[in-house]
Design a protein around this ligand. Structure first.
Ligand SMILES: NC(=O)c1ccc[n+]([C@@H]2O[C@H](COP(=O)([O-])OP(=O)(O)OC[C@H]3O[C@@H](n4cnc5c(N)ncnc54)[C@H](O)[C@@H]3O)[C@@H](O)[C@H]2O)c1
Length: 247
C-alpha cells in the first residue's frame, strides 16, 4: 500500500517504545523521514529524537511541540499510537481503570492534536493518523472501556478533520482501525485474561481468517495515510481488518 515517499518529512509517533509505534518509527526511518518518538517508556531504535513523557501530560506537549519545531522546522505528520487496554466486565471494572483508558486513549490524541495542529495549520499541510481499532467500530465483551475509548477516537478524528477542512489548511485527520496484530498489547490482554495458552487461539478464532494481521499491514496503512498518495482520504475510519467488521 506504500504511497509516495515520506523522505524528508518530520513525523511525531506516540507509543514509539513498542509494537505498532516502534515498527512505524522503523519504517519511517527506512523511508528517510525524520522521526520523533514519544512514549512514557524508554525507546530504542532509529528515531531522530525520543521524548519520554506521558501523552496525557499537557505541560509536556506544550514543551515538546516548540522543541521539535526548533530542532526540525516542521511537523508534517502525527501518529497517535500510545494506548492501553484494561479488560474487565463493566460490573467488575474499577472507575479508575475506566478513566485510565479514556485518559491515555482519548485525552492523549486530543492533547497531541491540540498542540500539533496549530503548527500544521500554519504550515498549510499535515496528516494525523489516530490509532483506533476494530474495537472502535464493534463492541467486545470484557473490553467496554477500550471499545468506548476507541469509538471516541473515531468521532474525535472525524470532527477535527471537518475543522481542518473548514479552515482550508489542507491538514488531514483519519482514524485507523486495525484488527488484532500480535504485539505486546495482545500479550497484555492474554495476561489480563489469566494467561492461558488457549486464550491466543480463542482470540485468533474471532478473526474470519483465523489469524491476526501482521503489524506490517498496520504500518503500511499508517505510511499511506501520512503520504501524498492519500490526499483525498480525510475524516475516514480507515479499516485494516481483513474482514473482521464484514462479519
Ligand atoms: N495490537 C493490536 O492488535 C491493535 C489492534 C488495533 C488497534 N491497536 C492500537 O494501536 C496502538 C498501538 O498498539 P500496540 O499493539 O502497538 O500496543 P503496545 O502495548 O505494544 O504499545 C503501546 C505503547 O504505548 C505506550 N503508552 C501507553 N500509555 C502511554 C502514555 N500515557 N504516554 C505515552 N506512552 C504510553 C506504551 O509504553 C507502549 O510503548 C494502540 O492505540 C492500540 O490500541 C492495536
Amino acid at each position: 500500500m506504500a504511497g509516495p515517499s515520506l523522505s524528508g518529512r518530520t513525523v511525531i509517533v506516540t507509543g514509539a517504545a513498542s509494537g505498532i509505534g516502534a515498527a512505524t518509527i522503523q519504517a519511517l526511518a527506512e523511508e528517510g523521514a525524520t522521526t520523533i518518538g514519544v512514549d512514557r517508556a524508554a525507546m530504542n531504535g532509529p528515531a531522530s529524537l525520543t521524548i519520554e513523557m506521558s501523552v496525557t501530560d499537557e505541560a509536556a506537549w506544550s514543551d515538546t511541540v516548540p522543541h521539535v519545531l526548533d530542532r526540525f522546522g516542521t511537523i508534517d505528520g502525527l501518529v497517535n499510537c500510545a494506548g492501553i487496554i484494561r479488560m474487565a466486565p463493566v460490573t467488575d471494572m474499577e472507575l479508575d481503570l475506566f478513566r485510565q483508558s479514556m485518559q491515555v486513549n482519548v485525552e492523549g490524541p486530543f492533547l497531541a492534536m491540540k498542540h500539533v495542529l496549530p503548527v500544521m495549520y500554519g504550515q498549510g499541510r499535515g496528516s494525523v493518523v489516530n490509532l483506533s481499532s476494530t474495537a472502535g467500530i464493534a463492541g467486545s465483551p470484557g473490553a467496554a472501556a477500550y471499545c468506548a475509548s476507541k469509538a471516541a477516537v473515531r468521532l474525535l478524528s472525524k470532527s477535527v478533520a471537518l475543522e481542518a477542512l473548514a479552515n482550508g489548511s489542507g491538514v488531514r485527520v483519519n482514524s485507523l482501525h486495525p484488527a488484532m496484530a500480535e504485539t505486546p498489547m495482545v500479550q497484555d490482554i492474554v495476561a489480563q485474561l489469566g494467561g492461558s495458552a488457549d486464550t491466543l487461539d480463542q482470540m485468533r478464532a474471532l478473526q474470519p481468517s483465523g489469524r491476526f494481521i501482521p503489524v506490517s499491514a498496520v504500518v503500511d496503512a499508517i505510511l499511506f495515510l501520512l503520504s501524498d498518495g492519500s490526499t483525498f482520504i480525510n475524516g475516514t475510519d480507515f479499516l485494516v481488518d481483513n474482514g473482521f467488521t464484514a462479519q
